[in-house]
Design a protein around this ligand. Structure first.
Ligand code: NAD
Length: 470
């Protein structure tokens, strides 16, 4: 079936199509509807038309709908995961976890109640802070976690009484369109719309006067454009952008134990995670041992198609990213020492063997830029003040981690790192109840948790005079 968009409760085929490539083969394996500027306009109009009724629905009705939306995802988990693996590349168990996670996020949102905050209740007055929905939300999604990212934004937008237009990335639209088809007859027409593009129509949402909020996840470069486009109509913005997370391994860690966790933190989803560990600093006393262990783990990792049982690391998601990473690895050959990987397995597809690079300078591009793939630079340090300065010497500020046998000691170092999240003896642990924010150029605003939900609302103060005679 040629998957279609969902606009105003209707399937829309569009006049053009998108050929979707399986990154494990480099070949087109499916196609779906590709939206036009008119389709985007129709979607925003439909969302705006649906807003009055949806924003006045009861909290119970919204929660009940979110539960039903989660249930159909769960009932179709296997087939959605297969589609996700085919278009994104990740191993089937990871795709299942992502799809199941999306349903879990919806269930979390279904259980939340937006509170009325009492500011003052005195003899003279009573002041309450209420939260109103904003209107139409544009949810713009990248290709690394297409399902979870889209569904997270939809759940938060709907619970708070907004309507939404979702735009997946051009290389990963399929599972999102399949979910839209499952929701079509559950969700009131226009409350959720899904439109697709060829990476060329985002501005039709970010510049649209009827869109009141943009919830964007993607690169910092695109995030800046989104902010500029939304400025004329003063849209609310949540921007979850790029990261270059560091991990700092103190001198009391056991390399045999910590290295597997470090590897998992860096190579989860093939390194294509905003909060993957992307720069590793290891105390000089453990440096050689950690490097050797990481190389051993990388050399033993099973790289292959996500659909193949036993695969640990699938292909890189798309050709552009694959070529970028290959060029970065070539550049790195003269700047550091590659001790594992650095090449691709035989055959088709966008595969890169997990690559560990040691003895590389802090100003090498692999260290300063966001690689967003299966390549990890490992640097040595001797002094805590020095490594804190080096970890903070970046315009990114998404996450960092500190690893030590003594959590209090690690916590003291973690407190000095400039990022929205910092993990101690783990990396990248997020969940629907935990606020997630980027510092510096890693983002604007907060997603998830109650703090994230409130960003989908407008604060409204109700101020009653108590003693007044009128
Ligand atoms: P991207 O910025 O290229 O694209 C993201 C989305 O924005 C896509 O849907 C794309 O079509 C759309 N887009 C492109 N140009 C646009 C424009 N001018 N206006 C509006 N929308 C536009 O990012 P990507 O390459 O798909 O994803 C990788 C990046 O996303 C990495 O930098 C990664 O760190 C980041 N990311 C961040 C988080 C986070 O939560 N902080 C999560 C996942 C990914």
């Amino acid at each position: 079936m040629n998957l279609q968009m969902l606009i105003g409760g209707n399937h829309v085929a569009g006049n053009q199509s998108i050929d979707v490539i399986d990154p494990a083969t480099g070949q087109v394996f499916a196609s779906c509807a590709r939206g036009s500027r008119e389709d985007f306009e129709d979607a925003v109009t439909a969302a705006a038309a649906a807003f009055p009724a949806w924003s006045q629905s009861t909290a119970e009705a919204r929660s009940a709908l979110l539960i039903r939306m989660a249930e159909v995802i769960e009932a179709n988990l296997e087939s959605l995961a297969r589609t996700l693996t085919s278009e994104q590349g990740k191993p089937i168990p990871d795709a299942q976890a992502e799809v199941g996670g999306a349903a879990y996020f919806l269930r979390y949102y279904a259980g939340q109640t937006i509170p009325v905050e009492l500011i003052e209740d005195s003899e003279a007055r009573r002041i309450e802070l209420h939260r109103r929905p904003l209107g139409v939300v544009a949810a713009i999604v990248p290709w690394n976690f297409p399902v979870l990212t889209a569904v997270n934004k939809v759940g938060a937008a709907l619970l708070t009484g907004n309507t939404v237009v979702v735009k997946p990335a051009a290389t990963t639209p399929l599972a999102t369109l399949e979910i839209a088809a499952l929701w079509k007859d559950l969700v009131p027409a226009g409350v959720v719309n899904v439109v697709t593009d060829n990476n060329d129509l985002g501005d039709a949402l970010t510049g649209h006067p009827l869109v009141r909020k943009v919830s964007f996840t993607g690169s910092t470069t695109t995030g800046s454009k989104v902010m500029a486009a939304g400025s004329a109509s003063l849209k609310r913005m949540t921007l979850e952008l790029g990261g270059n997370d560091s991990g700092i391994v103190l001198d009391d860690c056991d390399p045999e134990v910590v290295s597997q966790q470090l590897f998992n933190s860096a190579f989860v989803n093939n390194g294509q995670v905003c909060i993957a560990l992307k720069r590793l600093y290891v105390h000089e006393s453990q440096y050689d041992a950690v490097c050797a262990k990481l190389a051993e783990i990388a050399n033993a990792a099973v790289v292959g198609p996500g659909s193949q049982q036993g695969t640990q690391l699938g292909p890189v998601q798309n050709r552009v990213q694959f070529d970028k990473l290959r060029a970065l690895i070539e550049e790195t050959r003269t700047e550091g020492t590659i001790i594992a990987g650095g090449d691709s397995p035989e055959g088709e597809g966008y595969f890169i063997n997990p690559t560990i690079v040691r003895d590389i300078a802090d100003n090498a591009r692999l260290v300063t830029d966001e690689q967003f793939g299966p390549v990890l630079p490992v640097m040595r340090f001797a002094d805590i003040d020095d490594v804190v300065a080096r970890a903070n010497n970046t315009s990114f500020g998404l996450g960092n981690s500190v690893w030590s046998a003594d959590p209090a000691r690690a916590g003291a170092v973690a407190a000095r790192l400039d990022s929205g999240s910092v993990w101690i003896n783990k990396h990248g642990d997020i969940g629907p109840d935990t606020p997630f924010a980027g510092a510096k150029m890693s983002g604007v605003g907060i997603e998830m948790g109650m703090h994230g939900l409130l960003e989908f609302t407008q604060a409204k103060v109700m101020n009653y005079a108590k003693a007044a005679r009128v």
